[in-house]
Design a protein around this ligand. Structure first.
Ligand SMILES: [Zn+2]
Length: 440
């Protein structure tokens, strides 16, 4: 059983690799850089102005057509799953993947080149503890196309996968615990494979310019076409496991659970990662009765009032329960029947107005921004809210747990935060709030 004190890891030094990108056929250089604890995995587009970065997180998932694409704003990186799979399975928690194109080099279609690169850079332990998501209850995801993912509790990360091609040709099954040694030996060398009927139209449209028998196995009828012979008799199911690990790396935390996957694909893999991310949010709000810390951990009401200018009836945060690093904060607000708005919203059926929940999110988020800009003379102003959703009503007697996480800080001017309000562990409202910084 992994010890509770398992540490985060990053790379020992920068290492780089050049090759051809699959979809455009362009030359690309990929560099893996070390990153500090709690940084996570991020992509950096060195070919674009200001070299934007994209967090390898499920919130940034854009498309799952044949490969996995993530993006923020208008910036995209395609086919991220093989490099993420290698980083995650080889035990790298924190790294920057820098590229001078929108896609990593495809290499031989496996994760082998990335494993070699990680070994060249070395993997070193960091001070912070590794973050895990322990599966406590069975979860399952099904698709109309016959994919099924079932996740069971386990004290290790295991995958049992069944792969089947069209008409159930090449049906293969494999089950294993995923460790760096197992990944390197059994999974990383497995190459991408395609069924001819699936790629014919893409080839005709010239959409896979860098694609060739050097970086994929093509199955036509019962014939297996590839530059070199199969590396394993069941190479296909091994590659499916490789893709699953890469897609689930978008969760951020490591999974302790047993995944049973039948005909997996990027679409269902991503759906599972999303469901796990929701579970993670739910749990962080449920993590026991929140201890009310004094000093460093949180902020008592008088300390909140020293930061926020708001007063009754417009102060919508009672306490800050705690901060997680520099980018996360959790606050709380007890919603009592004495709130003035309940008199009119609505008589006989009191519910907390959604806009006040957004205001509560903005107040909690601005405490985080205050902490970030403490040393400067600037102050953050609430500018806009995107994707606001009210999922459940909030009633008198509820305790609102308000999460705010900094997702983007562009220069010294703009900050984006993803905010959630929870009651009894369920998300009641959410929204992405943007702030601008102005001189005081
Ligand atoms: Zn793949």
């Amino acid at each position: 059983m992994p010890s509770a004190t398992e540490q985060q890891h990053t790379l020992g030094k920068t290492a780089s690799l050049s090759g051809t990108s699959l979809h455009t056929g362009d030359k690309v250089t990929l560099k893996l850089h070390p990153a500090p604890a709690d940084h996570g995995l991020k992509f950096k587009r060195a070919d674009l102005q200001d070299e934007p970065t994209i967090d390898a997180r499920i919130d940034n998932l854009k498309t799952v057509e044949r490969s996995t694409t993530i993006g923020e704003g208008s910036v995209r990186v395609h086919t991220v799953e093989h490099v993420l799979s290698a980083l995650s399975a080889m035990g790298v928690d924190n790294a920057v993947v820098e590229m001078n194109a929108n896609e990593p080099p495809i290499g031989d279609g496996s994760a082998q080149p990335y494993v070699d690169l990680i070994k060249k850079a070395g993997v070193t332990a960091q001070e912070a503890p590794r973050k895990f998501l322990d599966v406590r209850e069975t979860m399952h995801i099904e698709s109309k196309t016959g994919s099924l993912l079932v996740l069971l509790p386990d004290d290790k990360f295991r995958i049992s996968c069944t792969q089947a091609g069209p008409d159930n040709r090449f049906t293969q099954y494999l089950s294993m615990e995923i460790t760096p040694a197992v990944f390197e030996r059994e999974i990383a060398p497995a190459r991408t494979f395609v069924f001819y009927e699936d790629v014919q139209s893409l080839m005709d449209k010239n959409l896979i310019k860098g694609g060739s028998l050097e970086n994929a196995i093509v199955v036509r009828g019962d014939a297996v076409l590839s530059k070199e012979p199969l590396r394993f008799p069941d190479e296909f199911v091994r590659h499916k496991i490789l893709d699953i690990i890469g897609d689930l790396a978008l969760l951020g935390n490591r999974i302790r659970g047993h995944l049973i996957a039948v005909k997996p694909g990027h679409g269902v893999n991503a759906e599972l990662a999303r469901a796990l991310a929701r579970e993670q949010t739910r749990r962080s709000a449920l993590a026991g009765p929140h201890p009310i810390p004094i000093g460093e951990g949180g902020l008592a009401p008088d300390e909140v009032m020293q930061i926020l200018p708001h007063r009754y009836p417009f102060l919508l945060v009672d306490r800050i329960i705690g901060f997680e690093g520099e980018t996360k904060v959790i606050g709380m607000k007890s919603v009592t029947i004495n709130e003035p708005y309940f008199q009119g919203h609505f008589p006989g059926h009191p519910v907390m107005p959604g806009v006040l929940q957004v205001e509560a999110m903005a107040q909690v988020a601005s405490i985080l921004l205050f902490k970030l800009t403490k040393k400067s003379s600037r102050v953050g102003y609430f500018m806009s809210a995107d994707g606001v959703k009210f999922r459940k009503p909030v009633f008198p007697g509820d305790t609102l747990i308000i999460h705010a996480e900094l997702t983007k800080a562009r220069g010294a001017r703009l900050a984006k935060t993803m905010c959630h309000c929870l009651v009894n562990g369920a998300v009641v409202s959410e929204g992405e709030l943007m702030f601008t910084f102005l001189d005081k």
